[in-house]
Design a protein around this ligand. Sequence first.
Ligand SMILES: [Mg+2]
Length: 384
Amino acid sequence: MKISRLETFVIGDGPDIDPDQGGVEPLACLRIHTDDGLSGLAEVFRVPPGVVQATVGGVGTHFGTLLVGQEITHPERLWQHMWDALMHTNRRGWEIIILGALDVAIWDIYGQMMKRPVWELLGGIQRGPFQTPAGAPVVVTPYCTLVSDVWGGEKMFMQQVGRADKLAALGYKAFKIEPMMSSPRDVVELARRFRKALGGKPTLMVDFGYLFNDVPTAARVCRELEEFDIYFFETPFPVDSFGPYAELAGRTSIPLAAGEHGVTQWEFLDMMDRGRISVVQPYMTTCGGLTEAKRIVELARARGALVCPGNWSTQILGAASVHLAAYSPITPFIEFAPAEVFDSPLRRELQNAGFPVRDGVIEIPTRPGIGYELPVEIVKRFGM
Ligand SMILES: [Mg+2]
């Protein structure tokens, strides 16, 4: 079975969407086709669609040259084939994100070819009795990322806590509040309001969106947050500031999380070893694909860290996170941007087409490949 053709298309809620409000801005997707009629799907979050269209497509494009005509074998071989060819170009950034999306689509095809779901080919379900209580069902648990239309103050508290309340009533079990562009006082107040409204049971994460640049303030906020039982504390400092991350890790009992922009296993190594970040959050495409994500799981496992895949995009990408989480022994949660609380028709349609969340959990998928079927009407209606 050989790769016969690469295809790209763009979907979105509209041309001028602010993704911070939950809408889907123009999003490039790609499909890999084989000569005997199989195809694999992936989205390419955070890469300008024009870049994807110019580099993935006909035989003569950057990635077309590398992939068209290649035999479908274990995805790791094709990953290495692309990586080796890019050694003298940029090895990071858009090029690796696109490589990562192609890798996800190749895994999708490989699973269909082997007639197995991808998680099984990644290594099967490896949870032991130390990770999963005896008798507990083996499922994937999403945590809901909450944003608000405004940052700071009463309106932010009401919107984010209101959204959490609505989602908890639907069965969701874990939530990440985002007091971004807010004062340290607002950060603590939002966590207080959340616990007051929802009680002690739901898991609560806090994302600072790179809010701080000084360790003492972040350490003080952590100290004040500790009484609210915070599962992790995400990105207090700028992306590459590993020194401050490491210093803060020594001053708080709350685990530090980062990695949404992390590209390749090498950046995750630095995050864990230099930054003492103990919850890494690779996007299944951005990090370099499922092939690279599996390597990140191995690195994190040896370091006593957790891998909680990030996804502030749609459930096309989310489907790949589900397979990683099904296999990974160190992934208690995946990120999920729930369509129920955002005004985005496309987000809703893509979620409805994906793996259902019932009583706050996602069943282990059984279809061969990734198993996300993108309805043709969605592409027609939201095509850009
Ligand atoms: Mg974040």
